[in-house]
Design a binder for this molecule. Structure first.
Ligand code: DQA
Length: 164
């Protein structure tokens, strides 16, 4: 397969990383996190970044990239806990998605313990700080690699089947 396109989506208040409650969310800015990802994975995939405080902008991005990307990594911020619209958009486009949270939401306030989007994601990475994005892109690459290997071996066995 050509280099896959993976879109990293950052939702509410994540643009403030670096200055926003650094004891919780770390000192790295979003720009630093994104350029680290670009440096690490730029040879293996085409990374695109979307960041917005507006739910509608995130929905539009999911629909826009739904037909041109291969996977999403998403930290929706507080929309994680409220947005059934984001869950519907991810379900509609049917691309694999991995949810990331910098903090361990399971150890925080009760309202953070429900994720609307978790049921439509492959899995979640929480509590590992900015490294969570790295593991998420790595996991997505492995997932896409497995899918394309499975698809081509299916094609091979279909071809072998039709030759008989
Ligand atoms: C967060 C956790 C959310 O509960 C919170 O609203 C955020 C950040 C995280 O990365 O830990 O904005 O998604």
């Amino acid at each position: 397969m050509l280099q896959p396109k993976i879109v990293v989506i950052q939702g509410a208040n994540l643009a403030a990383l670096g200055t926003r409650q650094p004891h919780l969310y770390g000192k790295q800015t979003l720009q630093q996190i994104h350029s680290d990802l670009q440096q690490r994975f730029g040879q293996q995939c085409n990374l695109e970044f979307v960041c917005s405080n507006h739910e509608g902008v995130l929905l539009d991005a999911i629909h826009k990239y739904g037909s041109s990307a291969q996977g999403f990594v998403i930290n929706a911020g507080a929309y994680t806990h409220t947005s059934y619209a984001l869950a519907d958009a991810l379900a509609a486009v049917q691309l694999p998605c991995i949810e990331v949270h910098l903090t361990n939401v399971a150890r925080r306030e009760p309202f953070r313990q429900h994720s609307c989007i978790a049921p439509v994601c492959l899995g979640s990475i929480c509590g590992l700080g900015a490294m969570g994005y790295t593991w998420a892109v790595e996991a997505m690459l492995q997932h896409l690699q497995c899918c394309s290997t499975a698809q081509s071996s299916n094609r091979e066995s279909n071809r072998a089947g039709s030759a008989i």
